[in-house]
Design a protein around this ligand. Structure first.
Ligand code: UD1
Ligand code: MG
Length: 407
């Protein structure tokens, strides 16, 4: 019989081959179904282009999601098939449940994302639905004796001890992770290639992390993560091929939810639910920066994507306008302070009554435009993806050399 290590490598190779085939399938299927989607009313207008009337098929995340599921269903025969042929070895029911529940949670999210694309769900549903979709997963985590202890940083150990069992709070954290991952990707969006590009970079970082950890004592968990994340990366890459500038397909909330849930799932069952957040640094920044608009303390237009300037064929920061009296005084002071720091562009005293204010929409995309000046859409996406790669580098630095100082 094969050694466990070799067995893992062989099945990962099969996983990789299936994923490459899946990548080809996504690339070929999207153009084939594009008209079907448009006829069904699933299309969007590309708001950063000269021709805004062209219909671009939306919700193409459905294709990558389905291809991902098919790869996984075919692949499952590999790690578990040997038990069918060799009935003497006990069947690993626990691991099998983990796989099935993970796919169930991802499948639910794919379905909910699609429902969002078709029905345009309200914000409260966008928060509740990922929580519900993560429940089966949390149950499996619980049954399989998932640990709820966290390691205490060195400076605090004299008071708290080496580890701290945070019990139910850990479950709250994990379900919030699902909500965060799905929405964080969804609101860091609006220019061609950004949604799936960031997902590919995050997935790539997770793969590197898992491969490094494959030599460690938790190899089993990282192997599990790799089995899901490699097919995911392939399916997202296929989508990126059509979504990059100039987009011939939009990913839809179907994809952003599918991607976010996949990251939550692999990091929960793979026991690296804290590390995964390090790969979300730009998304965390974008979320924090967005908070005033997300909570409607500053008016939030339906679309916050950059403004297209046809004369220059470039993008500029888009803006929101409001009356000074319309927002809380301390918030206005805070925005003035951020304006001094160069983190927002706030203009005051506009309009006839000198009451109007104008602020850039609070997204990282607009902030980068503010700092770098107007950019062409393709080069802006490229720069943001480079930023994503650099922040993954920082994440590895925090996770390895730096974390050793504290843990
Ligand atoms: C999120 C953002 C919204 C942003 C939108 C665009 C928040 C709170 N919400 O909303 O500000 O404008 O995503 O992704 O931050 N589109 C393009 N070019 C692209 C991608 C999308 O023009 O490269 C437009 C298309 O018209 C497309 C639409 O955005 O149909 C999709 O928006 P949707 O995903 O439904 O927006 P939300 O996720 O609700
Ligand atoms: Mg969206």
């Amino acid at each position: 019989p094969l050694k466990p290590g070799l067995e893992m490598i062989v099945s990962l190779c099969i996983n990789l081959i299936l994923s490459v085939v899946g990548l080809g399938a996504v690339i070929r299927t999207i153009p084939a179904v594009a008209t079907m989607f448009i006829n069904a009313g699933l299309f969007g207008k590309d708001l950063c282009k000269k021709d805004r009337e062209k219909k671009v098929p939306e919700s193409m995340g459905m294709v990558s999601g389905l291809v991902f599921l098919i790869i996984m269903f075919l692949f499952l025969g590999v790690p578990f098939g040997q038990h069918f042929m060799n009935p003497e070895t006990p069947f690993p029911h626990t691991t099998f449940t983990e796989y099935l529940t993970s796919l169930l949670s991802i499948c639910c999210m794919l379905f909910l994302g699609f429902a969002d694309d078709v029905l345009n769900l309200k914000w409260r549903f966008k928060l509740v639905l990922p929580t519900l979709a993560s429940l089966p997963l949390l149950m499996v985590y619980y049954i399989n004796l998932g640990s709820t202890t966290v390691v205490v940083p060195k400076p605090l150990r004299t008071w708290i001890g080496l580890t701290l069992n945070i019990g139910p709070l850990y479950y709250v954290y994990m379900s919030m992770l699902a909500v965060f991952c799905t929405n964080a990707i969804n609101i860091y969006a609006g220019i061609n290639g950004l949604e799936c590009g960031q997902a590919v970079v995050i997935a790539g970082s997770v793969i590197v992390f898992n491969i490094v950890e494959l030599g460690g004592y938790q190899a089993k968990f990282h192997y599990f993560s790799l089995c899901l994340i490699i097919p995911f990366t392939a399916s997202a890459l296929g989508l990126f091929y059509h979504n990059r500038y100039p987009a011939r397909a939009f990913v839809g909330d179907t994809f952003t939810y599918f991607a976010g849930m996949t990251f939550a799932v692999v990091s929960i069952i793979g026991h690296f639910s804290k590390t995964v957040l390090l790969f979300f640094l730009p998304q965390i920044f974008n979320f924090l920066y967005s908070v005033p608009q997300l909570f409607h303390l500053v008016p939030c237009p339906r679309h916050r994507l950059p403004k297209y300037v046809p004369q220059k064929d470039k993008l500029e920061p888009s803006v929101a306008e409001f009356k000074a009296s319309q927002i809380l005084k301390p918030l206005l002071l805070a925005l003035r302070f951020l304006n001094k720091l160069g983190l927002v562009r706030l203009e005051e005293g506009l309009g006839e009554d000198k009451e109007m204010c104008r602020i850039n929409n609070l997204t990282l995309v607009n902030l980068v435009l503010l700092k770098l000046g107007p950019q062409h859409e393709a080069s802006l996406t490229m720069k943001l993806l480079v930023l994503q790669v650099l922040s993954s580098g920082l994440a590895f630095f925090i996770r390895y050399p730096f974390a050793d100082l504290f843990f």
